[in-house]
Design a protein around this ligand. Structure first.
Ligand SMILES: O=C(O)CCC(=O)C(=O)O
Ligand SMILES: [Fe+2]
Length: 504
């Protein structure tokens, strides 16, 4: 399916993987229509036969003796009883839809697994918790003030409730379970039953949440209101009390920066500034020919935004050619790169020897442009990354400096280049500056990770990627290192705050 064998399926981020799911669902549907047709054909044949075999019954009704005294009727009945029912039996025994059954079994291997579902549930949790959204709103398609025509069914709401229950977050669980119940009551359907969820399953778990919170009366009320459970209420309560769930901490359900809703949410408005927009023509000589539109969005620390840094053709080449190489991104933890729920994005490091020459040379051109706009020197052996965030995808607040004795050559600045429009969410928020930059294709934002003069850590530029609400976020990050600046930007004062351990 892809030209990179190590590519893992990512249903949350990758549109391609999601499209494939939709396609598979379509194929399963067709397969099932075929199965239903086969079943119907069998039913029809059986009906025809049975109707035929009903004839003696109809003819004899009320006049059985007279009917049987007629030799033709007797012969017919004897023959029919001997032979015809055997045919019916044979027909009944004939298997139906084997081919379709084999198909659905074969498709099992390609279905999302429990882990995939959990990832999607956690992504939804990230949206709910960072944007302070209600379960009922989300379920009805309302995402942070934006009404969409998508909805959740009681089945998904129940799964959310279960996720929180298993992470010992009982209030969260109760909210989702109550939503599941309301949805079920509003539009009752035996489909939910057939798919394995009954109203009493929900009440059951709800009561367990109340017991875990020592709210016995509420638990009793829930059980008494459930026809299937009411007679067993006291018994169940006893059992739940004796078998309270263990306290479990699920790292995936971490709390978010308290400013996320304010800085990333739909009500965020940038503060008016007196800062200027201009064309950047100074610096590298090439800028006199092709200046960048530049906006200063923060002063002390200085943060700049540049427009039209990359063309839509270049963006589509980047997108098309990097897709197959994207893998869940890692963060540095004590010098080691590890997977972590503080950064949920797919990425690929650049340049990459597996890329085509065309792509690598495009990346070199983009990096030269980044170097031009930032007045900083870059070198190909420093990392940059193409990033793709799916729904709920985020990067928790952090600084980009490495502060590690292993990497003494620290990151002096970051340029983040946005490659698409994100319909909702996905901004870059500067948590201490109360500032959020919203992605737009071709827009770049430049901030310093080290103080311009002292090369000390610029902690005020702590930032985060807002969880994506709708759509995906596609971007490229370029971290620029201090060593390359050695001859153009001498360190005026030695960094004071940077204390590295003596030994590597
Ligand atoms: O995607 C963003 O907005 C921020 C990304 C970022 O901070 C990083 O990758 O270091
Ligand atoms: Fe960062």
């Amino acid at each position: 399916q892809t030209n990179n064998p190590s590519k893992t399926i990512d249903y949350v981020t990758s549109l391609k993987d999601k499209l494939q799911l939709l396609e598979q669902n379509g194929k399963l549907l067709l397969n099932n229509y075929e199965y239903i047709e086969k079943l119907q054909a069998k039913v029809k044949t059986l009906q025809k036969l049975v109707k035929h075999l009903q004839q003696p019954q109809l003819a004899a009704k009320g006049e059985e003796e007279e009917f049987l005294s007629n030799p033709m009727n007797s012969l017919s009945l004897i023959r029919q009883m001997h032979a015809d029912w055997t045919h019916v039996e044979k027909l009944m025994e004939q298997p139906v839809g084997q081919k379709q059954m084999d198909y659905i079994r074969r498709m099992n291997e390609r279905k999302p697994n429990q882990e995939n579902v959990e990832q999607a549930l956690v992504a939804m949790h990230r949206l709910a918790s960072s944007y302070e959204l209600d379960a009922a709103d989300i379920a009805s398609g309302l995402l942070d003030g934006m009404q969409t025509d998508a909805k959740l069914s009681p089945l998904e709401c129940y799964e959310m409730g279960l996720l929180y229950y298993n992470g010992s977050l009982y209030y969260g669980s109760i909210e989702w379970l109550e939503t599941a119940k309301e949805l079920m009551d509003k539009a009752p359907s035996d489909v939910y039953n057939l798919l394995g969820l009954t109203r009493s399953d929900i009440s059951h778990l709800l009561a367990r949440c109340f017991i875990a919170l020592d709210k016995l009366e509420l638990a009793r009320k829930v059980l008494l209101a459930e026809p299937d459970l009411s007679s067993k209420t006291e018994e169940l309560l006893e059992y739940f009390k004796e078998n309270k769930p263990e306290e479990v901490e699920n790292d995936n359900l971490i709390a978010f920066h308290e400013k996320t809703a304010q800085l990333c949410g739909s009500s965020y408005k940038p503060k008016p500034t007196r800062l200027l927009c201009s064309y950047k023509t100074s610096g590298k000589p090439f800028l006199r020919l092709a200046p960048f539109q530049m906006e200063q969005i923060s002063h002390d620390p200085d943060i700049f935004v540049f427009h039209n840094v990359i063309s839509s053709i270049e963006i589509s080449i980047l997108e098309r050619e990097t897709e197959a190489f994207m893998l869940p991104a890692r963060v540095l933890d004590n010098g080691k790169s590890v997977l972590s729920n503080i950064r949920t994005v797919s990425s690929v490091g650049l340049p990459n020897k597996n890329f085509s020459r065309q792509l690598n040379s495009l990346i070199t051109r983009i990096r030269r442009r980044i170097s031009d706009l930032s007045d900083l020197n870059d070198s190909y052996y420093y990392l940059s990354e193409v990033l793709k965030y799916g729904f709920g995808g985020h990067y928790s607040f952090h600084n980009d400096f490495l502060n590690s004795s292993v990497f003494r050559d620290d990151r002096v600045a970051t340029v983040l280049l946005y490659l698409n429009h994100v319909p909702s969410g996905g901004g870059t928020m500067f948590t201490q500056l109360n500032l959020t930059v919203q992605p737009e294709p071709g827009k770049a934002v430049l901030w310093q990770n080290l103080d311009v003069e002292t090369f000390d850590f610029e902690t005020r530029n702590e930032h985060a990627s807002c969880p994506v609400k709708i759509g995906t976020k596609f971007a490229m990050a370029q971290w620029i290192h201090e060593r390359e600046q050695m001859f153009t930007r001498p360190c005026l004062k030695p960094p004071k705050a940077r204390v590295y351990p003596d030994k590597l």
